[in-house]
Design a protein around this ligand. Sequence first.
Ligand SMILES: C[S@@+](CC[C@H](N)C(=O)[O-])C[C@H]1O[C@@H](n2cnc3c(N)ncnc32)[C@H](O)[C@@H]1O
Length: 250
Amino acid sequence: MTSFEFPGEYYEIMRRDFRHLDAETEFLASCAPPGGRVLDLGSGTGTNLRRLGELGYSCVGVDQSASFVEYARRAGGKGVEYVHGRAEEFGTNRRFDLVYSLFMTLNYLPHDQLRTLLETTRHHLAPEGRLVLEFGHLLNFVESYQQHTIAHHRTDDVLITRLTRQSVNPHAATWRNEETLLVRGADGRVAMYDNFFDQSVLTGPEVRGLLTAAGFTVTAEYGGFRAEPAPGHGRGPLVIIAAPTAEAAV
Ligand SMILES: C[S@@+](CC[C@H](N)C(=O)[O-])C[C@H]1O[C@@H](n2cnc3c(N)ncnc32)[C@H](O)[C@@H]1O
């Protein structure tokens, strides 16, 4: 289960502390022809799509959070369309040059739905299209596990205090995150939001196996969006580029 129902502007503030948007944009742009069609699965507040829209790509984003889609639509973006819904239920006749899912978003799907999503995604891709996935895998979860954390995220006007609780279900191979966000806004008032999500714990071989079964061939793997080599010990993010396998392309 996943919520992500809190104001998108606060997500944007926290995201800046975790991510390198310039590196992500450059990496994604290098995977699609100029002006190509792009689909973002779990597009959140539209951060990546706004940038790609500015570069001339024709963009569609799908996200299950009503609050984030509302924020994304309000924030606009040239040539960007947002669909409110679950990625695994998204249907279209359009074919995309690039489909991507960043920031461990596909980990929010249970294993069986992930497989279905990848199979559907193959049909959304043009024959020469590319799929870019950033996965959280087993060692990311193990290394970052802390029962309780407190973190602060701020701008000149806003202070967000994030209280996180994590628990693991070893039988289901899922990780539960529960967060309480205390936000002190520009007017000095404090608001509180709850956010929670379950993530599937996957290993590199499991992800590659799911991609192969869904009709993809992995063409490259990196340890980040600056094309860092995927570390041999398996720690750190796993960024995978995959292409439709020739005989599976439709
Ligand atoms: C950590 S955020 C990442 C958002 C965006 N990709 C980014 O990089 O900022 C995870 C996003 O996945 C979305 N999400 C989770 N499960 C989803 C699903 N089954 N279908 C569509 N969106 C989903 C959440 O609503 C949330 O916006």
